[in-house]
Design a protein around this ligand. Structure first.
Ligand code: HEC
Length: 111
């Protein structure tokens, strides 16, 4: 009985120690996961649901970005205020985020 309790105690200490050791080893790769484009981060979080990762999913009648001729300013307006089934992002994203993500949607065309 005594042994069991000591064994559990040792196991707990071991778990606590091994958790504590995780922190420094994680910081060894700071650059690995940074997203290069800030607009891409916003896009993946808020826009892929309708526009898709490739910009051409067209769910809910969303426009295919590969075919869009729209200017950056027009895109900023649509993202800010929404249009038909697209929700306005005015309260959800900052002006800078909207501009970044609008610029990101222009990249699909070249591919
Ligand atoms: C709920 C689904 C939905 C989400 C989420 C969504 N969109 Fe849209 N988007 C649409 C629809 C639908 C249209 C077409 C609107 C229309 O009828 O003209 C559209 C149109 C656009 C257009 C205009 C393209 C063109 O040439 O007409 C842009 C730019 C755009 N979306 C960007 C975004 C960005 C950036 C996000 C993320 C911040 C986003 N959308 C999120 C549904 C969505």
């Amino acid at each position: 009985m005594q042994f069991r309790i000591i064994g559990i105690f040792i196991a707990l200490v071991f778990i606590a120690l091994s958790c504590g050791n995780d922190a420094p080893s994680n910081s060894s790769s700071p650059k690995a996961k940074t997203v290069s484009n800030p607009g891409e981060k916003v896009y993946r979080q808020y826009c892929v649901t309708c526009h898709g990762v490739g910009g051409d999913m067209q769910l809910n009648g969303a426009k295919d970005f590969k075919l869009s001729e729209m200017s950056l300013e027009e895109r900023v307006l649509i993202i800010t205020n929404g249009r038909r089934l697209m929700t306005p992002f005015k309260g959800m994203l900052s002006e800078k985020e909207i501009r970044d993500v609008a610029a990101y949607t222009m990249k699909f065309k070249k591919e």
